[in-house]
Design a binder for this molecule. Sequence first.
Ligand code: MN
Length: 133
Amino acid sequence: MKTTILLIEDNERNRYLTTFLLEKHGYQVFIAEDGRSGIDLVYQINPALILLDIQLPEMDGYAVALELTKDKQFQIPIVAVTSYAMAGDRERILAAGCIGYIEKPINPETFVMEIEQYLLPRKPQSAQENQHD
Ligand code: MN
C-alpha cells in the first residue's frame, strides 16, 4: 500500500509540482485547496503526513494546524510549506503545531528527501525480505 500524503495548497502550480514530485517517488497524494476541506480530508484518509501551505484563503495554515493539534492525541506530522520568511514565522508555525517548515519555492532536487525526514518510521523489513541481499 502506498504511503498517503495530504497536500493543503491553494496555488495550482504549487499543487502540480508538489504532486508530481511525490507521485514520482511512489506516494499517493490527496489534495485540498482550502483549510476547511483539508481538515475534513485528514479525518477521511488519515494520511501519513500533511503538507500545509500557510497562506490560504479564509482559514490560513496556522488556523488549520491549531485546529488539528487541539486534539492532544493527534499524531500526524504537519509540515508547513510556505514562502513566509519573515523573522518569527518559524516560531509561529511550530507554536501552531507543525513539526517542521519547508520554504517556497521548493527545491525539486531535495524536496522529497526533506519531507521524508518527517514521515513516521516504517516497520523494519522482516529478516526474510532481507535474505535476497
Ligand atoms: Mn497559498
